[in-house]
Write a protein that binds this ligand. Structure first.
Ligand code: HEC
Length: 395
């Protein structure tokens, strides 16, 4: 429980009050005169002792009341303290009710903050450098898909005040090896800083970043002043002061949500340019009526090899989003060269694929994949150059 020094500090900071502070500063002065007479836990008191002091040397009923049955439920309005109403004692008046509600709502907030991982994604506790150099916390600790995105801040510790100040706290969304047209938007909602001392997690009870819920595009930076904050990534706050911090304590960040949204630039996902080449140049071959979607092969019914080329065959327009999944599937076969070998009129040893760009024989009957699809002879080399064009923009 916070001591006086910490209390002054939180109030002086102008931040939100903790549940304990709301209780001692607002609730207790209001209800003590009307309720303690019967509920103070002294010999002869008429009612149950829910306002009994938890300390022998000073009057502090906070732990007793917080832990009293049905007093601090998840829905504050259902607290027995509020619903008891008039009995041998009076019901709470309006001021008392308002103060109690504010206290119970903050109790709920603080309980929520303490829900440990893995319920809530959280970075590993790390001891921040407080010498003015940058602290970087990689978000890939939480999810591999967030690789390259990180939290950045500088820190300054005041031993006397037992606080740590995090300055210029930012989320930076970068992706090593990304190409200019790669996309990877991440979403961050309600980040919570947590101070660890003596192995105990002390979340930022002010929930200072609780209002944050935003998407950050790959390489998105704040605009430079005067229009914006300037600097790499997106500024979450210029200053976050966390109490209860002793030099050497660790720090972690938990989130309600930290995730990748939209298209993910993973090795197998088709990049936007690749998807376009797939939907145009590769489509001209694989989408031909007498090629892959031909009955009994890669259509919706047969799905030989798991592949259905009908959507590619039927695609029109310049929005290729609906082809993204097929593109990713086919890219796999492009990269292991099956896409080339399977249609080479000079089949690689052991390759028994039925269809070829050029002359081929299937079950004793002669075909020519080029001519059957209206291409000139030798169309296989054009096909290969299309695959190479695709690979160039979408390795
Ligand atoms: C004159 C004595 C008296 C006063 C003053 C009094 N109470 Fe009570 N209270 C009782 C008695 C006796 C009971 C136990 C019987 C009952 O539940 O009605 C009780 C029970 C309760 C309970 C139920 C506790 C439980 O665990 O079941 C609540 C809640 C409560 N009081 C709230 C209050 C509040 C809030 C005030 C001040 C606004 C208050 N009381 C003032 C006598 C009093």
């Amino acid at each position: 429980m916070p001591d006086m020094e910490e209390e002054q500090l939180l109030l002086g900071d102008g931040g939100e009050l903790s549940a304990y502070q709301i209780f001692t500063r607002l609730v207790l002065p209001l209800i003590q005169p009307t309720c303690r007479g019967c509920h103070g836990g002294r010999p002869g008191d008429l009612g149950p002792p829910f306002m009994a002091s938890a300390h022998p040397d000073r009057y502090d009923p906070y732990p007793t009341m917080r832990n009293w049955r049905n007093f601090t439920p998840d829905i504050p309005e259902q607290s027995l303290l509020l619903t008891r109403g008039p009995h041998e004692g009076p019901a709470l008046d309006l001021d008392q009710t308002a103060a109690v509600l504010r206290w119970l709502r903050q109790e709920k907030v603080e309980r929520d903050l303490l829900i440990p991982p893995p319920t809530r994604p959280q970075t590993r506790p790390m001891v921040p450098r407080a010498d003015g150099s940058l602290n970087i916390i990689q978000l890939s600790q939480i999810d591999r898909k967030l690789e390259g995105a990180f939290i950045q801040f500088t820190a300054q510790v005041s031993a006397a005040m037992r606080v740590i100040n995090l300055r210029d706290l930012r989320i930076v969304n970068r992706l090593p090896g990304a190409l200019p047209d790669d996309q990877r938007t991440i979403r961050i909602a309600r980040p919570i800083a947590i101070v660890w001392n003596d192995g105990r997690a002390r979340p930022d009870v002010g929930d200072s970043l609780g209002h944050i819920d935003r998407n950050i595009k790959l390489n998105e930076d704040d605009r430079p002043p005067p229009q914006g904050a300037g600097g790499p990534g997106i500024l979450l706050t210029p200053l976050l002061t966390l109490p209860n911090y002793n030099a050497g304590d660790a720090l972690s960040f938990a989130f309600n949500i930290v995730t990748v949204v939209g298209q993910v630039a993973a090795p197998d996902t088709c990049r936007p340019m690749g998807l376009q080449v797939f939907g145009t140049q590769v489509k001209e071959f694989l989408g031909k009526m007498n090629a892959c979607s031909r009955a009994g092969c890669h259509d919706a019914t047969a799905r030989v090899g798991g592949l259905n080329f009908v959507p590619l065959r039927d695609h029109t327009g310049t929005n290729y989003d609906s082809l993204a999944e097929l593109c990713e599937q086919v890219k796999y076969y492009r990269k292991n060269r099956v896409l080339e070998g399977n249609m080479n009129p000079m089949p690689p040893p052991g390759n028994t694929h039925r269809f070829r760009w050029g002359p081929y024989v299937y079950q004793g009957v002669s075909y020519n994949g080029c001519r059957d699809n209206g291409f000139p002879d030798g169309c296989f080399s054009t096909y290969v150059s299309r695959l190479e064009a695709w690979a160039a923009v979408d390795p």
